[in-house]
Design a protein around this ligand. Structure first.
Ligand SMILES: [Fe+2]
Ligand SMILES: [Fe+2]
Length: 204
């Protein structure tokens, strides 16, 4: 599908060839921006607020806290990976934090009552499952049409799938006394985010 040369006039800064080429391949760009903002809001709320609180209430379970910290910091990497893409597509973050929070694609992961370790692990597990569903929806929408968004979403998805496996392992052990290995190898450093952090490019 060759693009019409010159569809965006030379020097025009109001249009983006990077957007027009994916629109021409069938991406509903406005819908994609909305979905990315919803996912960004979920990652933002998760890493900076809910996971922080949930992790702090795992007192005495230092091994669980370590796994939770990897998941928390990797959500931060997801946030930082995806926000620039929203702007590249011509979108922007809502200029109002409560409004931004309210359009999150996943329900707020509140501290459960009572905040037992089993209840906290259950919240964490379901939060990862919501993230998997949200990111695979972006993959479905962009596969074969928008390689850049697809690449980012699929890298995030890789880690969300790992996070689900981690929390299945911990919850099965803690609640049911069952062993369901996640196949987890320790990250090199906390929050390494091997797929989603552009450590070799520009993220310190
Ligand atoms: Fe995430
Ligand atoms: Fe996650």
């Amino acid at each position: 599908m060759p693009e019409k040369k010159g569809a965006v006039p030379a020097g025009d800064v109001t249009q983006r060839v990077g957007v027009e080429v994916i629109r021409a391949r069938g991406v509903d760009v406005e819908k994609l921006i909305k979905m990315l903002i919803a996912n960004a809001a979920a990652e933002f709320a998760s890493t900076y607020y809910y996971y922080t609180i949930l992790r702090m209430h795992l007192a005495g379970y230092e091994d669980y806290k370590e796994i939770c910290e990897d998941a928390r910091l990797e959500d931060r990497a997801h946030w930082e990976l995806i926000v620039p893409r929203i702007y590249e597509l011509g979108g922007e973050l809502p200029n109002d934090l409560p409004a931004f929070h309210n359009q999150a694609g996943c329900v707020a992961a509140k501290l459960p009552d009572p905040p037992t370790v089993v209840n906290i692990l259950t919240v964490l597990l379901e939060s990862e499952r919501c993230a998997i569903r949200s990111w695979i929806a972006i993959c479905d929408m962009t596969c074969g049409k928008d390689p850049r968004t697809y690449d980012m979403a699929s890298r995030i998805l890789n880690e969300e799938i790992e996070h689900e496996a981690w929390f299945i392992e911990l919850l099965a052990h803690e609640r049911d006394g069952k062993t369901i290995p996640s196949g987890h190898f320790r990250r090199g450093t906390p929050g390494e985010a091997p797929y989603s952090k552009n450590a070799h490019f520009y993220n310190p």
